[in-house]
Design a protein around this ligand. Structure first.
Ligand code: AMP
Length: 309
């Protein structure tokens, strides 16, 4: 851990994923929102994770996280099975169907935060039960920035707990389908306005390969997705986006408080991080990501809207 790096706290799932990709089946792939987001954010800064794994989880993932500057002391190893998720992708790698979600050890998880977790200035409440996201927030000593992610599973399954959480979140990151589901409004701009009234001053709507939109009091900002020649596995793109986003904000926090300009720049870094993630199966790419890979992709994305001289 470096002394002058601003650490981020990440809570979310650590999982075994059964992935059905057009290229084949990849059972028991290590995944989870906290895993992807932590690998992504560790490219930028120090990371501290709060999560739970079962006794079937392999220690090598924790060692790989630690080697990248991720503090894993907040990852509890409980008796039982690790969270499991199974998903099938359509041939175009855009559509995805959740086949199975098993909470397993997450069902009885009570997050315990140490001092090093409570004092982080930026927290990412990664995709997990909104009650757990809230408990983590309750235990913190007033973070400067609260960023949250969620998904359809919780929007439909835990609407009240999610609504309570939203009132305490400054930046919400969801995809377009989730924004429509959460607001009940089809038009994305009107959906965004509705969601922003519920708490988050900044809303980021991810649109898969088409990039992402940011809505705040300053206006609307768009970052295009980088058109890749080959997408291998989109799993974890959203979590990697969130990890890159908070990682960038944390690495600039000593100089600048998060503001509309840094949020917009962070979106570019989130998009670049996500586009690197999807170039490999599972966490294979994001776990070896270095800053020059991200900067290279940011430069490529910038060329997409640069006029020739
Ligand atoms: P993404 O592709 O960014 O939506 O993230 C995929 C990851 O989210 C997978 O590795 C899953 O293990 C994890 N995941 C899927 N469903 C849930 C859920 N309901 N709660 C928490 N994590 C989930």
């Amino acid at each position: 851990m470096s002394l002058n790096r601003v650490p981020v706290l990440i809570v979310g799932s650590m999982a075994f994923d059964d992935l059905e990709l057009p290229t084949g089946a990849f059972p028991n792939t290590v995944g989870g929102s906290a895993t992807y987001a932590s690998y992504a954010a560790s490219t930028f800064t120090d990371v501290r994770v709060v999560a739970v794994v079962g006794d079937d989880f392999d220690g090598s993932t924790l060692a790989t996280l630690e080697a990248r500057g991720v503090s894993t002391s907040g990852i509890e190893r409980a008796t039982g099975r690790t969270f499991r998720w199974a998903g099938r992708y359509d041939a175009d790698l855009v559509g995805r169907t959740t086949l199975d979600t098993q909470l397993n050890v997450f069902a009885d998880f009570q997050p315990k935060l140490a001092e090093e977790h409570k004092t982080c200035p930026i927290v990412l409440l990664g995709n997990i039960h909104p009650a757990l996201q809230t408990q983590v927030l309750d235990a913190m000593a007033g973070p400067q920035l609260v960023v949250a992610d969620t998904m359809n599973f919780w929007i439909t399954g835990e609407p009240e707990r999610l609504a309570a959480l939203l009132g305490r979140v400054q930046v919400l990151i969801i995809n377009d389908e989730e924004a429509r589901q959460l607001s009940g409004i089809h038009n994305i701009r009107r959906a965004a306005a509705d969601i922003r009234k519920r708490g988050p001053h900044t809303l980021i709507i991810k649109r898969g390969e088409h990039g992402a939109l940011l809505f705040d009091d300053t206006g609307i900002f768009a970052v295009p997705g980088y058109p890749l020649e080959e997408v291998v596995d989109p799993t974890g793109a959203g979590d990697s986006f969130a990890g890159g986003f908070i990682g960038h904000l944390a690495s600039h926090l000593a100089k600048e408080q998060p503001n509309p300009r840094t949020m917009r720049t962070a979106m570019l870094y989130g998009t670049a991080t996500a586009s690197r993630c999807v170039e490999g199966v599972g966490t294979s790419k994001v776990q070896t990501l270095v800053m020059s890979d991200v900067e290279g992709r940011v430069a490529q994305i910038r060329t997409l809207f640069e006029l020739p001289r």
